[in-house]
Design a protein around this ligand. Sequence first.
Ligand code: MN
Length: 294
Amino acid sequence: MSVSIRPLHPTFAGEVSGIDCRAPLSADEVAAVEAGMDRYAVLVFRDQKISDEQQLAFTRHFGELESYKTPGHIRKHDESRLGPGMADFSNLDRTGKIMSAEDRVWFFKLGDRLWHSDSSFRPVPAKYSLLSGRILPSWGANTEFADMRAAYDALDARTRAEVEDLVCLHSLTYSREAIGFTDLTPEEVAAFRPVRQRLVRTHPATGRKSLFLASHAGAIEGWTVPEARMFLRDLTEFATQPQFVYSHAWRPFDLLMWDNRTTMHRARRFDRNEVRDVRRTTLAGDVATIEQAA
Ligand code: MN
């Protein structure tokens, strides 16, 4: 079966047909998906009734799974409902019940509704994320993506020159503070200490530049905090204008794959009394942004 991709937006995002994500891919299929990722940055695979094992195997076609010593969540690994390599983005607790509205894990999860790039709070941020929709709520819960290449290209010349060599500090504490969740233990604050990231990245395959923004960014080196926060907010507003955004309305068993180096994303609201069971696998990036030329 040959692979084809139908554009979903004028600048990025495509729907793939001709791939069964449950079965091993041929080298040609892997190359076609990788080329699609370079061009579209977000790919949608419909009707993929996939198991966790199949999702892990599909993910490994495109690189190494992200693994790390420092936590990326306040929930400990041994409190997860899912096995190794699978990140639980559901609203379910370990026993399969909907989390309490007072649960601090729920508070933490709400931060995913801010625009971000996965793992920008790690020294080497993530390459691709793959999110499988197993059970979806009846209303809301879209995932929205912003094309940070198109946003970069649309910057005025002065701003483009200004951002070129800027270095930001990213931390989970900044994004959670933005929604008023500051109830972190000293251990969590220590684990979430800020990391340095370039504000402009160049994609290794396409050579295209993009803005590397996230709600995890809370400071710019050499700037005062208020000036930095205001500038980051301005840039984020600019980069998430409708012409740069694709909003994905989920169907059960959609599998979404996105490049965190060139896009931001956010979850949208849904009725918290309904189950949303979505599961993510994540591919490691290969280099710290700080070691790359802008
Ligand atoms: Mn995310």
